[in-house]
Design a protein around this ligand. Structure first.
Ligand code: NAG
Ligand code: NAG
Ligand code: NAG
Ligand code: NAG
Ligand code: NAG
Ligand code: NAG
Length: 357
């Protein structure tokens, strides 16, 4: 009797402990259903067609980031660019898209890291070798961004999946029109992102992506020359002038001076100390509509992580192609209809299946 009641007690406390553990482990997942999933996407899209998808990506990116943690910011940025310009359809990955991998059409301030494109295609190869051509390049980009966040210290979260890859290139006009420049003030950010159903909290949370990564001088020298932006901390400005001595210097510096390679809430602490790098960053702490949100994230990293996850899931579903729309590219940088080796392999497969008769 005593033994059985102590056994009951033990299993009850085990249950309690394990449910506490589970709830802290999955607190982010539990918050996820509050973000609606668009029709055609699902949390378990590849569960049977590619069960190891998450682990293939995470394992590979761990290796990549061990060599160069700077790639994490590049992958996060790639997903942002993809989603903001004609939806999360992998168009940013196409050679021939403005700021695409060939980069020939890209204005200098829009250049993405060539290596980030390469990493997506490497992941695509690993995944397609294991599961077949079932996972889209746009889904791989969304998952790579998630792991870039998580593996640099940020929150882990599930991503709704089932995006198809688009058939249209991203033009330079569309690219410029849909990516607010770093010189934007908060009014412009709020107006531009409202068109994508993203609100002030989303704008501040997504800006937190600047907790990792680098910027070229050209994105902020307008705040140093010819006259210094009075909202910028003086010591910070002097340090930046060392890095970018003229308005044409080609150099880079970190976006978050406190912890440049760690995904945390220090970016917001920078803003409160007037050490935001871009106008689009610093103005979030000047504008009345966003100032308190910045403060709330600066003092509460858990809150920032929760809001960031929500906003990423929201943004990650912008104008997605699903079902019979779009395709699953055999090579992320070319449409299947432009891919001679893919077309040849399809013909071969058809011939093989014909010969089976
Ligand atoms: C791109 O935008 C410019 C002006 O902003 C316009 O003159 C040009 O016609 C546009 N091109 C296309 C293809 O829409
Ligand atoms: C990029 O730079 C060009 C010329 O310097 C400018 O016209 C354009 O608005 C900038 N775009 C972005 C997104 O920063
Ligand atoms: C914000 O920038 C826009 C131009 O992009 C300008 O028209 C507007 O006056 C600016 N607003 C403030 C409050 O500075
Ligand atoms: C740099 O500054 C000079 C002198 O003020 C100006 O003429 C030039 O347009 C500026 N260049 C850039 C890229 O801002
Ligand atoms: C800036 O410098 C890098 C190498 O340090 C070079 O690859 C790149 O072409 C330069 N860009 C410009 C606009 O001069
Ligand atoms: C086309 O698709 C094949 C797979 O069928 C891939 O190996 C190849 O790299 C792709 N790209 C081009 C440009 O042919």
């Amino acid at each position: 009797m005593a033994a059985s009641s102590s056994a009951t007690f033990t299993s009850l406390s085990l249950l309690l402990v394990s449910s506490l553990f589970a709830s802290s482990l999955f607190c982010v997942s539990e918050a996820q259903p509050s973000v609606p999933v668009v029709k055609g996407l699902s949390w378990s899209f590849y569960e049977s067609s590619c069960p190891n998808l998450n682990s293939i990506i995470r394992k590979h990116l761990k290796k990549v980031f061990k060599k160069d943690i700077g790639q994490a910011a590049g992958l996060l940025r790639l997903h942002f660019h993809d989603c903001f310009v004609q939806g999360c359809d992998g168009s940013v990955l196409l050679e021939g898209s403005a700021s695409g991998p060939s980069e020939q059409d890209a204005p200098p301030n829009l250049t993405l890291r060539a290596k980030a494109f390469q990493i997506i295609n490497d992941l695509r190869e690993l995944i397609h070798n294991k599961c077949g051509r079932v996972v889209s390049c746009s889904d791989i980009t969304a998952l790579a961004a998630r792991d870039a966040v998580y593996l640099s210290g940020g929150p882990d979260y599930d991503v709704p999946l089932g995006r198809k890859d688009g058939l249209n290139f991203a033009t330079q006009n569309a690219t410029l029109a849909n990516l607010p420049p770093p010189t934007s003030n908060t009014s412009k950010l709020l107006t531009d992102l409202a068109k994508k159903n993203l609100d002030a909290t989303d704008v501040v949370a997504l800006s937190g992506g600047h907790t990792i990564g680098l910027s070229h001088c050209s994105s902020f020298t307008g705040r140093l020359y010819p006259t210094q932006d009075p909202t910028m901390d003086k010591t910070f400005a002097n340090d930046l002038k060392q890095i970018c001595p003229t308005n044409t210097t080609n150099a880079t510096t970190v976006l978050d001076i406190r912890s440049p390679d760690t995904f945390d809430n220090k970016y917001y602490v920078d803003l409160m100390n007037r050490q935001g790098l871009f106008t689009s960053d610093q103005d979030l702490y000047t504008d009345k509509r966003t100032k308190d949100i910045v403060k709330s994230f600066a003092v509460d990293q858990t809150l920032f992580f929760e809001e960031f996850v929500k906003s990423m899931i929201k943004m990650g579903q912008l104008s997605v192609l699903t079902g019979s729309k779009g395709e699953i590219r055999a090579d992320c940088s070319v449409r299947n209809s432009d891919n001679k080796s893919y077309l040849a392999s399809v013909v071969e497969e058809d011939e093989e299946s014909l010969s089976e008769f």
